[in-house]
Design a binder for this molecule. Structure first.
Ligand code: PMP
Length: 425
């Protein structure tokens, strides 16, 4: 828990009175180690300051939106320039057309774009578009994959009724047989196959997409007339300047984007091909803030940086140094430490850590050394990180592994057994 006299503690106590549960969603109280701050004050580049002024190198990047650095001067200047002219107006600015043109030039499968605000808007809109296109009902998605927080896909059951979840069939990501079985089960009512760019579920090892699975998803969609949807909300522009399944030669009909598209300004988008254009034009979707000009100005500047800089290559190179450095330090300290998924979106889990006790402990040790990591969710590198930041992370990790080792060593045999093989937290 944050220290008794801290601003964070004070805000938590006040929040408990006026915000149900004190906080909600992925930041809910108790999902992170107790010493993690709940409230933040500012961000700059790759760093984040909590409400008490502590500075962290931030490997969460706001859960993805921070791609080029917090408070990026050019992106935020574009935002402010448009803000001064007008943001939420009776209709969109011309920037909307420019942005749709920029995105369709950049993403191979895309012929058109519809803008919205959150990733969940885009994924829900994709589902609706597929149902409008096929006049069918069933969507196939992978067990454990996150597509947003709305009754059809929220990970928690509270308040959700059966009909919200109707017409969904689940398969196992990367398992061709289970995808084929799901398609067979959907029969002639299949509207869409949803897929994450790679397996980025929480709490378990991540996995790259098996090209055979991606190709089979494409074939099955073509054979049945269903639409293939790749949900890029989390991974978009961190793996590729195109839809990330382009890397394995598979193009979806629809893709959904959000988070980093405007480098932290609220914008998400559904992109689609000509096959789905008429259906996309037929559905009724909108929102009071969906046409905001300032966010679109920020997105155009973000896309310019995606297109014209070597951010992706730099981030990828840094991620390789980080992965190797962490591997070496974990091995030297004698820990089985799994780093899975793409280097720029890594997830760290310890071997023999069923209740994440080691992960929580190590993460807290990292935090106390100024590095904000996550014990069970994938993390994100950003283009504002430098070699010096990676070196600082590796130094912190060396200290954190040593501290974790000490904690295990200092326990009595019974406590040690409990620590190493504890049941559920
Ligand atoms: N899809 C994926 C893959 C996501 O990671 C997320 C957000 N974590 C969403 C959809 C929903 O996006 P948002 O939180 O912006 O609604």
């Amino acid at each position: 828990m944050s220290p008794a006299n801290s601003r964070d503690r004070e805000l938590r106590e006040r929040a408990a009175a006026v915000i149900p549960g004190g906080m909600y969603g992925h930041q809910s109280v108790g999902l992170l180690p107790d010493d993690y701050p709940q409230f933040f004050e500012r961000g700059e580049g790759a760093h984040l300051w909590d409400a008490d002024g502590n500075r962290y190198l931030d490997y969460m990047c706001a859960y993805g939106p921070n791609l080029f650095g917090y408070a990026h001067p050019e992106i935020d200047a574009a935002f402010v320039r448009q803000l001064e002219k007008g943001d939420t107006l009776t209709g969109p600015t011309g920037l909307m057309v420019e942005l749709a043109e920029a995105l369709t030039r950049m993403v191979s499968h895309a012929d058109w774009a519809i803008f919205c605000k959150n990733g969940t808007d885009a994924t829900t809109m994709a589902l609706t578009t597929a149902r409008a296109h096929t006049k069918r009902r069933i969507v196939i998605r992978a067990k454990g994959a996150y597509h947003g927080a709305i009754p059809w896909c929220t990970p928690r059951p509270a308040g959700v009724i059966e009909s919200d979840r109707a017409f969904q069939v689940f398969c196992d990501y990367n398992d061709v047989g289970s995808l084929e079985a799901a398609v067979a089960e959907a029969g002639d009512d299949l509207a869409a196959i949803f897929a994450a760019p790679f397996k980025h579920d929480a709490f378990i090892d991540q996995a790259e997409p098996d090209p055979a699975y991606a190709r089979r998803a494409r074939e099955l969609a073509d054979r049945t007339g269903a639409l293939l949807i790749v949900d890029e909300v989390r991974a978009g522009f961190r793996l590729s300047r195109d839809c990330s399944w382009s890397r394995i030669g598979v193009q979806p009909d629809l893709s959904t984007w959000g988070k980093c598209v405007a480098n932290g300004h609220a914008l998400s988008v559904m992109l689609g091909n000509d096959k789905a254009r008429a259906a996309a034009a037929s559905i009724y979707v909108t929102g009071s803030f969906w046409f905001q000009g300032a966010t679109m100005a920020a997105a155009l500047e973000t896309l310019r940086l995606v297109r014209d800089t070597d951010y992706l290559e730099r981030m990828t190179a840094l991620s390789e140094t980080l992965r190797k450095g962490l591997d070496d330090r974990a091995k030297a300290a004698g820990f089985g430490f799994r780093q899975t998924g793409p280097g720029v979106m890594p997830l760290f889990l310890f071997d023999d850590d069923p209740d994440l006790r080691k992960g929580f402990c190590w993460s807290s040790e990292m935090l106390s050394r100024g590095v904000y990591v996550h014990p069970w969710h994938n993390m994100f590198l950003c283009a504002a990180m430098t070699e010096a930041d990676i070196a600082a992370t590796l130094d912190a990790a060396e200290g954190a592994f040593a501290a974790l080792k000490r904690q295990v060593r200092d326990l009595s045999p019974v406590e040690k057994l409990a620590f190493l093989s504890a049941g559920a937290r």
